[in-house]
Design a protein around this ligand. Structure first.
Ligand code: 0X9
Ligand code: ZN
Length: 470
C-alpha cells in the first residue's frame, strides 16, 4: 500500500473510531477501578436541619434520594467517616465499603448464558430485546425512535397495541436517572410480559382491547452507559457546561413547575441542576414532542428507584392536584397491588408528603399539568439498604412489582370509558339503552363491570361515569 493510501486508511480508521466512540455497542460493565474504595454507607440520625447541615459541611455524598428529617443515608470516604465519628452524630454503618458492592455487582454481571433478567443489561442489549419482541409479534408490537441524545445515541421505545384502530395509551418510561439500573430492566420486563401474554393473560388481553402502551426503558442512555463505564453513581445526562461541569437532571427539566422554589438547583455542579431552560435537553424535548404528536396518551408512569413509593402530582408544590379525588385512590391501589406481589411494602403519597421533599420540573407534573394525563412516579426497590446498587437477583421481583402497579393504572385508565358502548366519546342514555337491551336478551355487550353478567351493577357503573369519557 502506498504511503498516501496508508495514511488515508489511518485517517478513516481514526475518524470511524471517534464517531463510534460515544456510541456503545458493548454489553459488559467496566471492571471496578477503586473509585469508591473505602467509602462507607452510613444511616445518620437527622432529627433536625442542624444534623443535615453538619453532613453537608462534611461534604458527605447522599446515598438516599434526598435528605430527610428523621434519618438520611450517606456515602462517606475515610476522612469524612473519621469526622463523623468525632461529630457526636448518631449513625449506623450499613456497608463497610461501596467498592465491594460494586465488585459484587461486577462479578454477577460476568454470568454467561444468564436469563435476560438475571443481570443488568446495556442500552444495546435492551434495544435488541425490544427488537426481538417486535419480531415475535409484528401484529402487536413495533419499535419506535423517540429521538437522539447529546452524545448521539438513539432513544428507542416499543409501541404495543392492536392495529385495528387507535386507542387510549399509557406511556411508561425508565432511567431518566442514570444510576437507577433496575428501572431499565423493569420497564423492559413490562413490555416483554405484555407482548408475550397478550393472548394468554386474560387481564392483558382485555386491556389490549381497550388501550395501547408506549414503553421507553432508557430515557437517558448517555448517562446510563456512563454509569456502566465506571461512574456507577452518576445521575444526570451528559451535557457538558461552559464551566466544564457535566449534566442536567432530566427530572428537573420538564416545563411544569420548572425552577419553582427549592425543588431544583441552578448550579451546574448540582445533582439536581435543572438546565438552562425548561426542555433545554434533547432527552426531555423528544418525549415532549412525542406526547404532543400522540394525543391519545392519557396515562404516564415515570419509573425510578429507590424507596418503594408511588407518587402522584404535584411534586413541585404541596397543594393538592385538582383531580386528587380521582388520582389518590388509583395511587393507593397501585401501592397496595405492588405490596401484594411479594409482601414488600409500598406507600402512596404526593410530592411534599410521600418523599419528604419537593421536586420541581418533574416529568409527571408536566404530563398531568400540560396534558391532563394520569401521571405517577414509581420508586421501586429497595428502601435504602443497597439503594441504587440493588443486587441483580432482585431484578425479577422488583419488575413484577412494577408490572402489577402499571397494570392497575392501565385498568383505571380505561374504566371511565367502559360504559361508552357505542364509542361516541360520551357515556349517556344511548349507552344505557344498550345495557338495558343486553340485560333483556342476556347478551354480554352490556357487561361493563366484567363480572360475566349484565345487571344493576352495570347500570350503576354507567351512572358513575356519566358524561364525556376521558
Ligand atoms: O428526585 C427525583 O427526581 C425522584 N426521586 S429519585 O430518587 N429517583 O431521584 C422523585 C421525583 C418526585 N416525584 C414526585 N414527588 N411525584
Ligand atoms: Zn430517579
Amino acid at each position: 500500500m502506498s504511503l498516501r493510501a496508508q495514511s488515508l486508511r489511518a485517517l478513516v480508521v481514526a475518524l470511524t473510531a471517534s464517531v463510534l466512540a460515544p456510541l456503545s455497542f458493548g454489553q459488559g460493565v467496566a471492571p471496578p477501578d477503586g473509585r469508591y474504595e473505602g467509602q462507607r454507607v452510613v444511616r445518620v440520625q437527622t432529627p433536625t436541619a442542624e444534623e443535615i447541615e453538619s453532613m453537608r459541611a462534611m461534604g458527605a455524598g447522599l446515598w438516599s434520594c434526598s435528605e430527610r428529617l428523621g434519618c438520611t443515608e450517606y456515602h462517606v470516604d475515610v476522612e469524612q467517616f473519621a469526622t463523623l465519628q468525632e461529630s457526636g452524630l448518631q449513625f449506623d454503618v450499613l456497608h463497610e465499603n461501596v467498592e465491594t458492592l460494586i465488585e459484587a455487582e461486577f462479578d454477577r454481571q460476568q454470568l454467561r448464558g444468564a436469563d435476560f433478567y438475571d443481570i443488568y443489561r446495556s442500552h444495546f442489549e435492551v434495544d435488541q430485546q425490544l427488537a426481538t419482541l417486535a419480531e415475535l409479534r409484528p401484529d402487536l408490537a413495533r419499535v419506535f425512535v423517540v429521538g437522539s441524545t447529546i452524545e448521539g445515541r438513539f432513544v428507542r421505545g416499543i409501541h404495543i397495541g392492536r392495529t385495528d384502530g387507535e386507542r387510549k395509551a399509557l406511556l411508561i418510561q425508565g432511567c431518566q436517572h442514570a444510576r437507577e439500573w433496575v428501572t431499565v430492566m423493569a420497564t423492559t420486563f413490562m413490555a416483554e410480559y405484555i407482548v408475550r401474554n397478550a393472548d394468554i393473560d386474560q387481564q392483558v388481553d382485555d386491556l389490549l382491547n381497550e388501550m395501547e402502551f408506549f414503553i421507553i426503558p432508557i430515557v437517558n442512555p448517555d448517562g446510563y452507559e456512563w454509569t456502566r463505564s465506571g461512574h456507577r453513581l452518576w445521575r444526570k445526562n451528559r451535557r457538558r457546561h461552559l464551566d466544564f461541569n457535566y449534566g442536567v437532571d432530566l427530572n428537573r427539566n420538564w416545563g411544569v413547575g420548572w425552577g419553582v422554589g427549592s425543588g431544583s438547583s441552578n448550579q451546574t455542579i448540582s445533582d439536581v441542576f435543572r438546565g438552562a431552560a425548561p426542555f433545554s435537553e434533547p432527552e426531555t424535548r423528544n418525549i415532549r414532542d412525542f406526547v404532543a404528536r400522540n394525543n391519545l396518551i392519557v396515562g404516564h408512569l415515570d419509573v425510578h428507584c429507590f424507596s418503594q413509593l408511588v407518587l402522584g402530582p404535584w411534586a413541585y408544590k404541596t397543594s393538592p392536584a385538582p383531580d386528587a379525588d380521582e388520582l389518590d385512590p388509583v395511587g393507593q391501589g397501585m401501592a397496595s397491588r405492588m405490596t401484594s406481589e411479594h409482601g414488600e411494602a409500598f406507600f402512596y403519597g404526593t410530592g411534599g408528603q410521600g418523599i419528604g421533599y419537593l421536586a420541581a420540573g418533574v416529568a409527571p407534573d408536566w404530563s398531568y399539568g400540560e396534558h391532563g394525563a394520569r401521571a405517577y412516579t414509581f420508586e421501586l426497590r429497595d428502601r435504602g439498604q443497597d439503594g441504587f446498587l440493588l443486587p441483580a437477583n432482585q431484578i425479577l421481583p422488583a419488575s413484577e412489582e412494577a408490572l402489577a402497579g402499571a397494570l392497575h393504572l392501565a385498568e383505571n385508565l380505561v374504566i371511565p370509558c367502559r360504559a361508552d358502548l357505542n364509542g361516541d366519546g360520551v357515556v349517556n342514555e344511548q349507552d344505557l339503552s344498550i345495557i338495558l337491551g343486553s340485560w333483556a336478551t342476556e347478551q354480554a355487550v352490556g357487561d361493563v363491570t366484567r363480572d360475566a353478567r349484565v345487571g344493576p351493577q352495570d347500570i350503576a357503573h354507567l351512572l358513575g361515569t356519566w358524561g364525556p369519557c376521558r
